[in-house]
Design a protein around this ligand. Structure first.
Ligand SMILES: NC(=O)c1ccc[n+]([C@@H]2O[C@H](COP(=O)([O-])OP(=O)(O)OC[C@H]3O[C@@H](n4cnc5c(N)ncnc54)[C@H](OP(=O)(O)O)[C@@H]3O)[C@@H](O)[C@H]2O)c1
Length: 368
């Protein structure tokens, strides 16, 4: 590994992608609150309101105040990401969190955003004269259909994937690893991210929140799961704090880190679901083994003359594999690197009631 230039004049300038997302907005809020960087440039797609207005709105909603945060109108699928030459000369740190987390994109579209976007970030980084490091956000589920304990250095496997999201993030990690020889890269793999462990607050209502909502609204009378399915869930405050702490440690360059609960703090559907049903204060849906659901229950429910039921069944398809998982994520390297930083991952059973309460109070985001 060649030595990388230290921050010139001690000025740290962060380029952050994905700042409007669930994880990125938490990284931004914490980076500002902890004054980790002298300046933060957020690559934001302009959308209909413009990148500046989106950033202003985001900071307002997140309660973030800081004059050293600026929007860069851009898109990770475009070479250069919209970053101008004057900024390129000054950027010292990059955190790449932008991605599509949709499970059901066609492969080419998932690759365009997640693999192509990562390539564009890497190419940009290659031309940054002051770059100290790139921290890329991946996912534990690059493990795809693997079973058993997965280690942080593991990547390559031939077990296949549950969806194009996992596949495209796997391929993005392959690209990241191929560039680790010439760029100072660390890879961070969160597992399943939910809201803040202390308040339940979240900037996005997806992944685990969809099944929660379906159960809370009584939309499915039966739910297919295997009670021994391993669930690895982490709160967004832990994920953001861990990424920032690891990004501040020169010793983490070249590493891959499971930002996961891991054995001992992860759980099973058999343990967590009854807790969720109690917290939702609803009669639990009937549990059926996934194979029985596929063979008998789903066809029967599809025959029910209700378009809402059919919509729910269709939308639920992408979540079903996650109710049959037999995979666990070793966190030894993340634990070692985070030791002494004060950043630790709580057990999901200790904060799930808070997550459910916050979801119900805001009606899954409908009450703003
Ligand atoms: N959420 C989870 O449970 C979870 C678990 C493991 C890993 N991760 C990883 O964590 C990272 C962040 O995920 P998230 O949950 O925060 O996702 P998210 O809430 O869907 O946010 C995605 C972010 O990426 C941005 N983005 C998407 N396409 C873009 C493009 N072409 N150009 C620029 N920005 C683009 C989005 O911007 P717009 O606002 O313009 O759409 C948004 O800021 C991802 O790398 C994901 O793979 C997430």
């Amino acid at each position: 590994m060649v030595p990388f230039p230290a921050t010139v004049g001690g000025v740290a300038v962060l380029l952050l992608t994905g700042s409007t997302g669930m994880v990125g907005r938490e990284i931004l809020a914490r980076a500002v609150a902890e004054q980790r960087y002298d300046e933060i440039l957020c690559v934001i797609r302009p959308g209909s309101s413009g990148a500046d207005d989106r950033l202003t709105d985001l900071m307002h909603r997140s309660g973030v105040t800081g004059r050293n945060v600026r929007a860069v109108a851009g898109d990770v699928t475009e070479p250069g990401l919209g970053v101008q030459a004057a900024d390129r000369r000054r950027i010292t740190h990059v955190i790449h969190g932008a991605a599509s987390v949709a499970f059901d994109l066609p492969p080419a579209e998932a690759r365009r955003i997640n693999v192509g976007g990562t390539r564009n970030v890497l190419d940009l980084c290659s031309g940054l004269p002051q770059l100290e490091r790139l921290d890329a956000v991946s996912t534990c589920y690059v493990a795809g259909r693997r079973q058993g304990l997965v280690y942080e250095q593991d990547l390559v496997h031939a077990c296949g994937f549950h969806n194009t999201y996992e596949l495209s993030k796997y391929e993005a990690e392959e690209v990241l690893r191929s560039r680790m020889r010439d760029l100072p890269i660390a890879v961070h793999r969160p597992s399943i991210v939910v809201g803040d462990s202390r308040t339940g607050a979240t900037g996005a209502w997806k992944v685990l929140y969809w099944p929660l909502k379906v159960i809370a609204r009584g939309r499915l009378p039966v739910i297919p799961y295997d009670p021994d399915c391993r669930l690895d869930i982490v709160p967004v405050d832990f994920v953001a704090s861990a990424i920032l702490a690891l990004a501040a440690d020169a010793g983490t360059v070249g590493g891959t880190f499971h930002l996961a609960a891991g054995p001992g703090r992860d759980t099973t559907t058999g343990e967590l679901f009854p807790q969720i049903f109690r917290a939702l204060d609803r009669r639990p849906p009937v549990r059926v083994p996934p194979a029985v659901f596929r063979r008998f229950v789903r066809p029967a429910l599809q025959a029910v003359p209700s378009s809402r039921m059919r919509r729910t069944l269709r939308a639920g398809l992408v979540y079903r594999p996650y109710l049959e998982l037999r995979v666990r994520f070793d966190t030894a390297q993340a634990d070692a690197a985070l030791a002494g930083t004060g950043v630790t991952c709580p057990r999901v059973v200790d904060y799930m009631d808070t997550i459910v309460r916050a979801a119900l109070e805001s009606d899954f985001g409908a009450r703003g």
